[in-house]
Design a protein around this ligand. Structure first.
Ligand code: PLP
Length: 393
């Protein structure tokens, strides 16, 4: 018996546990001080009422013999796939229902998709990055080439034809940097993938935060992307489904490699290893893309966007360099006074009682940077910014 030794290549992630320990130690020493947390990546507003109503109705249906639902189609119910299709059509992207796979969230599919690819593939991953891309490839024993995202390229690295990649991870709007690729930049990535025969794994989990109309929300807005890209999306940040769990993955019919259809491979994988998302959850998710639901989630997103603007305006006023904030819930700032990420974390906690996330926790290029999120309460976010302003003025 041999275990998968690749697990020993994984580095323990101490990021969030170290933050929790430091915050807890500070609170013990200063029990009366109010700490404001701008480090969380989870949403704080509840599900909107249009979704809750549909969830209730679906629960009721499950209690009656004639409307009960047992195993559903592994790739999702047609009613939800139709809603997702409609959502893409608004952006001029036309999908076949069979190209859409409903999932229990983007994270699982981002890991599971690797079943389709050989272990010998070279994987290109930006640094800093959402750690799931790195760890899932390390677990499988794949070789990773890191792509430097930094202040010079606005944390939007572009392809280098000298580097040969088979799988490419892109996340836009980005976690942790909040940076968003333009259509022209994504076109360069699509052309590069076509040149290498590579497959792009495009994470669009934050697409709902894009405000500027000319910025792409899906990679399929780019010509040629259906031949080289798989897209992952989620109701988590769009509609507060972080605890309810629902997402979707698009694998185009046009995506073929070595005479195989990746769509057919993914269907085979899902029907073998996955039994679908609960009917109740899919009913709730479908309400998101209906008129009432759409209006309500836009209001919630606007609430977070207001926070992002307050944070961004404060940093602009202080002359601090940052990315994100406008088309993303994340603001990625350069630590003032040349401080390192953890140094700034400690200083901010001690002096302003505000908690963020040290950029160094997302990769080596994150050192010297810091992530703030807009998922908090509006009054507390405004208060945190006043404290930071006072401290850094
Ligand atoms: N992709 C990115 C970039 C994320 O930041 C997250 C969650 O924070 C996810 C995917 C996971 O989304 P889900 O809740 O749908 O699994």
């Amino acid at each position: 018996m041999k275990i998968n030794q690749n697990y020993s290549r994984l580095e323990e992630s101490y990021l969030f546990s170290t933050i929790a320990q430091k915050v807890s130690a500070f609170q013990t020493d200063h029990p009366k001080t109010e700490i404001i947390r701008l480090g969380i990546g989870d949403v704080t507003l509840p599900l909107c009422s249009a979704v809750v109503q549909e969830l209730h109705k679906a629960v009721e249906e499950m209690g009656h013999k004639d409307t009960f639902h047992g195993y559903g189609p592994e790739q999702g119910y047609p009613f939800l796939k139709a809603s997702i299709r409609g959502h893409y059509a608004v952006r001029g992207v036309h999908l076949d229902p069979d190209e859409i796979f409903v999932s229990d969230g983007a994270k699982s599919d981002l890991g599971n998709i690797l079943d389709l690819f050989d272990v010998d593939n070279t994987v290109l991953i930006p640094d800093p990055v959402y750690p799931v891309y790195v760890d899932t490839n390390l677990m499988a024993g794949r070789k990773i080439v890191y792509l430097d995202a930094n202040q010079e390229n606005g944390f939007l690295p572009m392809p280098d034809e000298q580097v040969k990649a088979d799988l490419i991870y892109l996340c836009s709007p980005n976690n942790p940097t909040g940076a968003v690729y333009t259509k022209e930049q994504l076109k360069q990535w699509v052309d590069y993938a076509a040149y290498c025969g590579a497959v792009i794994l495009f994470d669009a989990a934050y697409e709902a935060f894009v405000q500027e109309d000319d910025l792409p929300r899906s990679i399929y807005e780019i010509d040629g992307a259906k031949e080289c890209a798989i897209e992952f999306c989620s109701f988590s940040k769009t509609a507060g489904f972080t605890g309810t769990r629902c997402g979707y993955t698009v694998v185009p019919m046009a995506l073929q490699r070595e005479g195989m259809s990746l769509n057919h491979m993914w269907l085979r994988r899902q029907t073998t290893k996955f039994n679908g998302v609960p009917y109740i959850v899919q009913k709730g998710a479908a309400a998101v893309f209906q008129e009432e639901g759409m209006q309500q989630i836009r209001k919630n997103i606007a609430y977070y966007q207001h926070n992002a603007k307050v944070i961004a305006d404060t940093l602009t006023g202080l002359g601090i360099w940052y990315t994100g904030g406008k088309n993303s819930p994340y603001i990625w700032l350069k630590c003032p006074h040349e401080m390192k990420s953890w140094e700034f974390f400690d200083w901010l906690l001690q002096e302003a009682h505000v908690v963020g996330t040290p950029g160094a926790g997302f990769g080596k290029n994150g050192e010297g940077f810091f992530r703030l999120t807009s998922f908090g309460d509006q009054d507390k976010t405004a208060e945190a910014m006043q404290r930071i302003q006072k401290l850094l003025k």
